[in-house]
Design a protein around this ligand. Sequence first.
Ligand code: FES
Ligand SMILES: [Fe+2]
Length: 376
Amino acid sequence: MSALAPLLDKIYALADKDLSDATSLPPEAYHSDALLQREINALFYQDWICAGRADEIPHPYDYMSFDICDQPLILIRGEDGGIRALSNLCRHRMMRLVTGSGNAKSFTCPYHAWCYHHDGHLISAPHMDQTACFEKKDLSLPEVKCEIYEGWIYVSLGADTPPVSERLAALTPLIAPYQMAAYQTIFQETHLWDCNWKSLTENFMESYHLPVAHQQTVGADIVLDETSFARDVTSPHFTYQYFTKAEGAFVGTAHPDNTHLTGQARQRSVMPTIFPSHMYVLAPDHLWYLSLQPRGTGQVEIKYGAALAPEVLAASPDPERLIADVKSFLDKVQEEDRFVVESISQGARAPLAQQGPLSWLEAEAHDFTRYLARRL
Ligand code: FES
Ligand SMILES: [Fe+2]
């Protein structure tokens, strides 16, 4: 029996319970090295991972680097408008080719100057003329699955992972009314927090903490009685909930120039979590997202960004000011979350730490437990 088996058994048993009998995950799930390795191999190296928004690299040859755990990738927009993902490791001695973002038709390795075309094939390699086993055509950068869905870039290292649109077919009708693909990115950043990646995933999905931990920001305008888990749509690949914003909230309601959303939908946001670690708030006027990667058991790398509906930006007399205001509001929400998730992650290491029962407002956390149980 592997050292991981008792912990996995606890997770399987928990997943079998109804929500009304469910608790949070066992404390050791937040600091077990063996579980983390299993999560990386079974989840992060198999499922679709969100690398950001397609409008981050809008022009031909725009690129950005993005890592899936230990696998560095280059995402690059081709001449045909498509985005491809290549391994960001030199075929000579595994040096990382690029960091950050930019615009380039080729990539030259900073170690010994092997040079790759933007489609991944090796163009040149100095002083390799006496090497019998050097075969340029066999030394291209491996290409990785990459798809655009509703303006998102998803990448997957899984050989058999079905297309995103197939996996998320049940989600499409829930998000389509917002026309999110037209939302315009206003910022994206990468942060490192001191918590297990699951602590932040679970935190972002549930509404229970909003009126308390976020009473200074998003919690002030939330109508918890109108939080809906809409159990009619279920999927092994995502979970979601709807929530409604009160009239007059700073963000979260449709702009008067938005004519495609009607009735109650004008104040309603949908909050999907695409397993394992892509989650967002899709509101009639804005989009706010996180894509998470574990960096050890006690740290998470967060790609954090936001976008605004085009009519919101078009109607603003001072878009720069608007963007700054939205960003400082979301930054504040992020800091409120950081305070709680770093604390609970630390708490999970305490000798007296125990699992606690979940509220009905944490239904999504139990969906997440079930996803973990199915896949680990
Ligand atoms: S490692 Fe890239 S050229 Fe040597
Ligand atoms: Fe939160």
